[in-house]
Write a protein that binds this ligand. Structure first.
Ligand code: NAD
Length: 363
């Protein structure tokens, strides 16, 4: 029997094709009369569209969101929010833009509405990150949880294919680690299994038709489930390794998740048999499309094959890691202890990193 405490933390969610149209209603319900709309430079046109929709309730667009939330960008956004007298923010884009919104929830303390356009899941967690002088720090704070989330499947129709795949693998990684988290419970188990199944099944459909709005909706719903379990459980080895590799060696976030997940699962498999059986079952069910699923592949192999089948990068070497940094990465992974089903063994983690670097298929 597992003991647990479950204190669900969930924002309000508005879901649907074209749901962006509800943005003015959602801001009004929160009493926001002047919202600063945030985006990356590449998604400025979308932010301008949201601002136009808001009319007088828009305080303008700040389109400088960047990967890993550099502290200079967070300060510039806070200064802009003060300058224009914003009383709320809209973060429209991927995890980088949501992350910038979260910093505005802390300073100057604005309520944030998130409109996610990837599958990162940050919009439903109270985890935030800030990068200062090349070092990324992450922390939890209930104040950064967006007050409402608008999931509009139409906004991800043009998400490039590789981003679609690695972002979904990022979501699947949230669910996979939630299954062996020390604070997992029957509700997070159910959400995690269904999130993985639905996410993997959506990828199979989207590969054939990337602009299938129903499949985009399924993918977004899966991302919501996976993000929700991330927000309500404690992360382990996989996420810690990814934060180290992304934060200290500048590797792209979702791609690192895609490469590392099979290897982190292989490391943890002997100590988390129930979790890996669930992952294998979920991915087999996604492939079965109605037929009786047969989880013949182990969870690490099934995740590896899922990424490879859809063209995700499979080695750290391919996404910019240098072989001479692997020792330091293993050292960094050992620095701060954290809960993980299998104890952290430096030599075994170094082997894991080598296998991820080489892109070797897990057993
Ligand atoms: P991202 O937000 O950096 O987006 C990648 C690129 O894709 C950006 O240029 C973005 O503008 C573009 N893009 C996004 N949606 C698009 C669309 N629909 N069409 C076309 N282009 C689009 O990448 P991400 O993987 O979503 O987020 C990564 C960041 O999120 C990292 O900093 C990571 O640490 C953070 N994150 C945080 C949490 C959390 O709980 N705090 C969870 C997951 C990720």
């Amino acid at each position: 029997m597992r003991d647990f405490v479950f204190d669900a933390r969930l924002p309000r969610v508005v879901f649907g094709a074209g749901a962006l149209a509800h943005l003015p209603r959602e801001l009004a319900a929160l009493g926001i009369g002047r919202a600063l709309v945030l985006s990356t430079p590449g998604q400025r046109a979308l932010a301008e569209r949201a601002a136009a929709l808001l009319g007088g309730a828009s305080a303008g667009v700040f389109a400088q969101a960047a990967m890993h939330v550099p502290v200079e960008v967070a300060r510039a956004a806070a200064a802009e929010a003060r300058r224009v007298g914003a009383d709320g923010a809209v973060a429209i884009g991927g995890g980088s833009t949501t992350g910038l919104g979260k910093t505005l929830a802390l300073d100057p303390g604005l309520p944030v509405v998130a409109v996610p356009t990837t599958y990162a899941g940050s919009e439903v967690t109270s985890v935030y990150g800030l990068t200062e002088a090349g070092t990324k720090k992450t922390a939890r704070d209930p104040r950064v949880l967006p007050r409402a989330v608008i999931y509009d499947a139409e906004l991800s129709l043009g998400l490039p294919w590789t981003t679609t795949v690695v972002s979904m693998l990022n979501a699947i990684a949230h669910a996979a680690e939630a299954l062996y988290a020390p604070d997992a419970n029957p509700v997070t188990d159910l959400l995690a299994e269904e999130g993985m199944r639905a996410g993997a099944a959506a990828l199979d459909r989207l590969r054939l038709e990337p602009r299938d709005v129903d499949a985009r909706g399924d993918a977004l719903a899966a991302a919501w489930l996976c993000g929700t379990v991330l927000g309500n459980t404690t992360i382990g080895l996989h996420h810690k390794l990814c934060h180290t590799l992304g934060g200290s060696f500048g590797l792209p976030h979702a791609e690192v998740h895609a490469v590392v997940l099979p290897h982190a699962l292989a490391y943890n498999a002997p100590a988390a048999p129930r979790a890996v059986a669930t992952i294998a079952r979920a991915l087999a069910a996604a492939r079965a499309s109605g037929a009786a699923p047969s989880p013949e592949a182990s969870a690490p192999a099934a995740v590896f094959k899922l990424g490879r089948r859809h063209g995700a990068p499979t080695s750290l070497a391919a996404i910019g890691m240098r072989a001479e940094d692997l020792d330091r990465a293993a050292d960094l992974a050992m620095l701060q202890p954290y809960p993980n089903p299998r104890p952290l063994e430096r030599d075994a983690i170094r082997v894991l990193l080598q296998r991820a670097f080489d892109g070797v298929a897990p057993d």
